[in-house]
Design a protein around this ligand. Structure first.
Ligand code: MN3
Length: 196
């Protein structure tokens, strides 16, 4: 079963002025589609390698599988992390867990944004549920797949590849990330947290 690009849950201009319609359209229709296509291609290549009994290209295939799968997953989560009705504060179980693991919401935001803003090159800020420690953790991802902890479930992610903001914010990554929490859909984040 081939992987497919999920629809955006809102119109291209729904997140303006935080994010321009032009950025959102290119980001979803071209960049995210590229990871979906790359993942399908890599899965086809590994199947062909098995059929041919020829694994001489396996290193490059593993690299493409990790990069494109992680890119597809993160973007799929990223779109649902935001909403034109977003902002405000988390509630219920998620609010309690953030308080337990980070002290309070402001400290969580400070750590999340500091981690996200300092990603070296292209990557992501990630809030994830870590089952081994029964805790929320803030991670960086370089590209899409590096610096991960195995087995965690990402519940809130923020893309800081230049394609995510450059047309609107140029080199001002911090200005872009400063606006993020005004559009965060905490209800969607809480649903992912409760499933995890
Ligand atoms: Mn992206």
């Amino acid at each position: 079963m081939a992987h497919e690009l999920p629809d955006l849950p809102y119109d291209y201009d729904a997140l303006e002025p935080f994010l321009s319609a032009q950025i959102l359209e290119i980001h979803h229709d071209k960049h995210h589609q590229g990871y979906v296509d790359g993942l399908n291609e890599a899965e086809e290549k590994v199947k062909q390698a098995r059929e041919a009994g020829d694994f001489s290209d396996i290193r490059a295939i593993c690299d493409a599988l990790a990069f494109n799968y992680s890119g597809h997953l993160f973007h799929s989560i990223f779109w649902t992390c935001m909403s034109p009705d977003g902002g405000g504060e988390p509630e219920g179980s998620l609010a309690e867990q953030i308080e337990k693991d980070f002290g309070d919401l402001e400290t969580f935001k400070d750590q999340f944004l500091a981690a996200t803003n300092s990603v070296q090159g292209s990557g992501w800020g990630v809030l994830a549920w870590q089952p081994l420690g029964s805790q929320l953790v803030i991670l960086q991802a370089e590209k899409h797949q590096n610096l991960a902890q195995w087995g965690v479930t990402p519940i809130l992610v923020l893309d800081v590849w230049e394609h995510a903001y450059y047309l609107q914010y140029q080199n001002r990554r911090k200005e872009f990330t400063d606006g993020f929490f005004d559009v965060v859909d905490w209800e969607s984040v809480r649903e992912r947290f409760e499933k995890a």
